[in-house]
Design a protein around this ligand. Structure first.
Ligand SMILES: [Zn+2]
Length: 211
Protein backbone atom coordinates (compact mmCIF):
# COMPACT_ATOMS: atom_id res chain seq x y z
CA UNK A 1 0.00 0.00 0.00
CA UNK A 2 1.05 3.60 -0.46
CA UNK A 3 2.22 5.81 2.40
CA UNK A 4 -0.46 6.74 4.89
CA UNK A 5 0.08 10.49 4.45
CA UNK A 6 -0.79 10.13 0.75
CA UNK A 7 -4.43 9.43 1.59
CA UNK A 8 -6.84 12.34 1.38
CA UNK A 9 -7.75 13.79 4.71
CA UNK A 10 -11.45 13.39 4.04
CA UNK A 11 -11.09 9.61 3.76
CA UNK A 12 -9.44 9.63 7.17
CA UNK A 13 -12.14 11.88 8.62
CA UNK A 14 -14.86 9.63 7.27
CA UNK A 15 -13.51 6.24 8.31
CA UNK A 16 -11.55 6.71 11.56
CA UNK A 17 -14.58 7.59 13.75
CA UNK A 18 -16.25 4.36 12.53
CA UNK A 19 -13.21 2.12 13.09
CA UNK A 20 -11.30 0.83 16.14
CA UNK A 21 -7.79 1.56 14.87
CA UNK A 22 -6.66 5.17 14.86
CA UNK A 23 -4.32 4.88 11.84
CA UNK A 24 -5.80 4.80 8.35
CA UNK A 25 -4.12 1.67 6.95
CA UNK A 26 -5.06 -0.41 9.98
CA UNK A 27 -8.54 1.09 10.08
CA UNK A 28 -9.13 0.20 6.42
CA UNK A 29 -8.05 -3.38 7.14
CA UNK A 30 -11.00 -3.76 9.53
CA UNK A 31 -13.42 -3.24 6.63
CA UNK A 32 -14.62 -5.49 3.83
CA UNK A 33 -17.01 -5.30 0.90
CA UNK A 34 -20.25 -6.85 2.18
CA UNK A 35 -21.40 -8.03 -1.26
CA UNK A 36 -24.37 -5.67 -1.13
CA UNK A 37 -24.83 -3.29 -4.08
CA UNK A 38 -27.44 -0.70 -4.98
CA UNK A 39 -28.42 0.87 -8.29
CA UNK A 40 -29.86 4.33 -7.59
CA UNK A 41 -31.10 4.69 -11.16
CA UNK A 42 -29.32 8.01 -11.69
CA UNK A 43 -25.78 9.25 -11.06
CA UNK A 44 -26.56 11.48 -8.08
CA UNK A 45 -25.22 9.69 -5.01
CA UNK A 46 -22.11 10.43 -2.94
CA UNK A 47 -19.27 8.11 -1.86
CA UNK A 48 -19.29 8.08 1.93
CA UNK A 49 -15.56 7.37 2.01
CA UNK A 50 -14.02 10.01 -0.32
CA UNK A 51 -17.08 12.29 -0.83
CA UNK A 52 -16.96 11.84 -4.62
CA UNK A 53 -20.27 12.85 -6.21
CA UNK A 54 -22.31 11.61 -9.18
CA UNK A 55 -22.28 7.92 -8.33
CA UNK A 56 -25.05 5.75 -9.71
CA UNK A 57 -23.99 2.59 -7.87
CA UNK A 58 -23.27 2.10 -4.19
CA UNK A 59 -21.17 -0.76 -2.86
CA UNK A 60 -21.52 -1.39 0.87
CA UNK A 61 -18.48 -1.87 3.07
CA UNK A 62 -18.82 -3.04 6.66
CA UNK A 63 -16.69 -3.16 9.77
CA UNK A 64 -17.39 -6.23 11.91
CA UNK A 65 -15.53 -4.78 14.92
CA UNK A 66 -17.67 -1.65 15.20
CA UNK A 67 -20.79 -2.75 13.33
CA UNK A 68 -20.65 0.29 11.06
CA UNK A 69 -21.24 0.34 7.32
CA UNK A 70 -20.59 2.84 4.52
CA UNK A 71 -21.99 3.19 1.00
CA UNK A 72 -19.05 3.82 -1.32
CA UNK A 73 -18.02 3.78 -4.97
CA UNK A 74 -16.31 0.68 -6.37
CA UNK A 75 -13.23 2.78 -7.21
CA UNK A 76 -12.66 3.46 -3.51
CA UNK A 77 -12.82 -0.25 -2.67
CA UNK A 78 -10.13 -0.90 -5.27
CA UNK A 79 -8.04 2.17 -4.53
CA UNK A 80 -7.93 1.58 -0.78
CA UNK A 81 -7.70 -2.19 -1.13
CA UNK A 82 -10.75 -2.85 1.02
CA UNK A 83 -10.93 -6.68 1.13
CA UNK A 84 -13.31 -8.26 -1.38
CA UNK A 85 -14.45 -11.85 -0.80
CA UNK A 86 -16.14 -14.34 -3.06
CA UNK A 87 -17.43 -17.65 -1.69
CA UNK A 88 -15.53 -17.02 1.54
CA UNK A 89 -12.17 -16.46 -0.19
CA UNK A 90 -10.40 -13.13 -0.28
CA UNK A 91 -9.76 -12.10 -3.87
CA UNK A 92 -6.28 -10.97 -4.88
CA UNK A 93 -4.53 -9.38 -7.86
CA UNK A 94 -6.93 -8.20 -10.53
CA UNK A 95 -9.83 -10.32 -9.23
CA UNK A 96 -11.44 -7.68 -6.97
CA UNK A 97 -11.74 -5.33 -9.97
CA UNK A 98 -13.19 -8.12 -12.14
CA UNK A 99 -15.65 -9.08 -9.40
CA UNK A 100 -16.90 -5.50 -8.89
CA UNK A 101 -17.12 -4.95 -12.67
CA UNK A 102 -19.20 -8.11 -13.02
CA UNK A 103 -21.56 -6.83 -10.31
CA UNK A 104 -21.90 -3.50 -12.15
CA UNK A 105 -22.63 -5.32 -15.42
CA UNK A 106 -25.29 -7.36 -13.62
CA UNK A 107 -26.95 -4.18 -12.33
CA UNK A 108 -26.90 -2.73 -15.85
CA UNK A 109 -28.49 -5.87 -17.26
CA UNK A 110 -31.16 -5.73 -14.56
CA UNK A 111 -31.82 -2.04 -15.33
CA UNK A 112 -32.34 -2.94 -19.01
CA UNK A 113 -34.70 -5.80 -18.15
CA UNK A 114 -36.63 -3.48 -15.82
CA UNK A 115 -37.03 -0.90 -18.61
CA UNK A 116 -38.28 -3.63 -20.97
CA UNK A 117 -40.71 -4.89 -18.33
CA UNK A 118 -42.13 -1.40 -17.79
CA UNK A 119 -42.41 -1.00 -21.55
CA UNK A 120 -44.34 -4.23 -22.04
CA UNK A 121 -46.73 -3.13 -19.27
CA UNK A 122 -47.50 0.28 -20.77
CA UNK A 123 -47.96 -1.07 -24.28
CA UNK A 124 -49.53 -4.41 -25.06
CA UNK A 125 -47.38 -5.33 -28.03
CA UNK A 126 -46.28 -8.77 -29.18
CA UNK A 127 -42.92 -7.51 -30.44
CA UNK A 128 -42.10 -5.84 -27.11
CA UNK A 129 -42.97 -8.99 -25.16
CA UNK A 130 -40.80 -10.97 -27.57
CA UNK A 131 -37.94 -8.51 -27.07
CA UNK A 132 -38.20 -8.86 -23.27
CA UNK A 133 -38.11 -12.65 -23.43
CA UNK A 134 -35.23 -12.53 -25.91
CA UNK A 135 -33.24 -10.14 -23.71
CA UNK A 136 -33.75 -12.26 -20.60
CA UNK A 137 -32.52 -15.31 -22.48
CA UNK A 138 -29.65 -13.88 -24.56
CA UNK A 139 -28.78 -10.62 -22.70
CA UNK A 140 -28.84 -8.97 -26.13
CA UNK A 141 -31.34 -7.55 -28.63
CA UNK A 142 -31.47 -8.32 -32.31
CA UNK A 143 -31.26 -5.23 -34.58
CA UNK A 144 -34.98 -5.52 -35.39
CA UNK A 145 -35.96 -5.75 -31.73
CA UNK A 146 -33.55 -2.92 -30.90
CA UNK A 147 -35.21 -0.49 -33.31
CA UNK A 148 -38.69 -1.13 -31.89
CA UNK A 149 -37.50 -1.16 -28.27
CA UNK A 150 -35.64 2.18 -28.48
CA UNK A 151 -38.39 3.83 -30.48
CA UNK A 152 -40.96 2.77 -27.88
CA UNK A 153 -38.78 3.52 -24.83
CA UNK A 154 -38.33 7.08 -26.14
CA UNK A 155 -41.97 7.37 -27.18
CA UNK A 156 -43.22 6.43 -23.71
CA UNK A 157 -40.40 8.38 -22.00
CA UNK A 158 -39.30 5.35 -20.01
CA UNK A 159 -36.05 5.91 -18.13
CA UNK A 160 -33.23 3.89 -19.73
CA UNK A 161 -29.56 4.07 -20.64
CA UNK A 162 -29.11 3.10 -24.32
CA UNK A 163 -25.42 2.30 -23.79
CA UNK A 164 -26.29 -0.37 -21.19
CA UNK A 165 -28.05 -2.48 -23.84
CA UNK A 166 -26.20 -4.96 -26.02
CA UNK A 167 -27.02 -5.78 -29.62
CA UNK A 168 -26.21 -9.10 -31.24
CA UNK A 169 -24.69 -9.20 -34.72
CA UNK A 170 -23.39 -12.74 -34.25
CA UNK A 171 -25.77 -14.31 -36.76
CA UNK A 172 -25.54 -13.64 -40.48
CA UNK A 173 -29.26 -12.86 -40.47
CA UNK A 174 -28.81 -10.04 -37.95
CA UNK A 175 -26.10 -8.46 -40.10
CA UNK A 176 -28.39 -8.70 -43.15
CA UNK A 177 -31.28 -7.20 -41.15
CA UNK A 178 -28.98 -4.33 -40.21
CA UNK A 179 -27.92 -3.83 -43.82
CA UNK A 180 -31.51 -3.66 -45.07
CA UNK A 181 -32.77 -1.40 -42.29
CA UNK A 182 -33.40 2.29 -42.95
CA UNK A 183 -30.56 4.38 -41.54
CA UNK A 184 -32.94 6.41 -39.34
CA UNK A 185 -33.90 3.18 -37.65
CA UNK A 186 -30.29 2.13 -37.12
CA UNK A 187 -29.64 5.51 -35.50
CA UNK A 188 -32.32 4.75 -32.93
CA UNK A 189 -30.02 2.18 -31.31
CA UNK A 190 -26.64 3.60 -32.35
CA UNK A 191 -25.59 4.23 -28.75
CA UNK A 192 -26.11 0.56 -27.90
CA UNK A 193 -23.65 -0.53 -30.59
CA UNK A 194 -20.02 -1.20 -29.70
CA UNK A 195 -17.31 0.72 -31.60
CA UNK A 196 -16.69 -2.27 -33.90
CA UNK A 197 -20.43 -2.72 -34.50
CA UNK A 198 -20.68 0.97 -35.40
CA UNK A 199 -17.87 0.50 -37.91
CA UNK A 200 -19.74 -2.48 -39.31
CA UNK A 201 -22.89 -0.37 -39.63
CA UNK A 202 -20.90 2.29 -41.49
CA UNK A 203 -19.47 -0.42 -43.78
CA UNK A 204 -23.05 -1.58 -44.45
CA UNK A 205 -23.98 1.90 -45.66
CA UNK A 206 -25.25 3.60 -42.49
CA UNK A 207 -23.26 6.78 -41.79
CA UNK A 208 -22.80 7.88 -38.18
CA UNK A 209 -25.64 9.99 -36.81
CA UNK A 210 -25.01 13.74 -36.73
CA UNK A 211 -25.07 14.88 -33.13
ZN1 LIG B 1 -14.96 7.10 -2.93
Amino acid sequence: MTQEHAYPQRVRDNILPLSEADKLVRALAEWRFSGSVKDHGAAEEVCQLCDQESLRYHFEITNDLTGHSLEVGSQCILRFEVPVYENGERLTGDDPRKHLNALTQKMRLEACIKALEVLSLVEDNRILKGALEYYKKHKKLTPKYAFVVFWKLQDHQIDHQPSFFSISLKKHKFVEDLREMETDRVHRFWRALTPSQRQKAVDLGHPEPKT
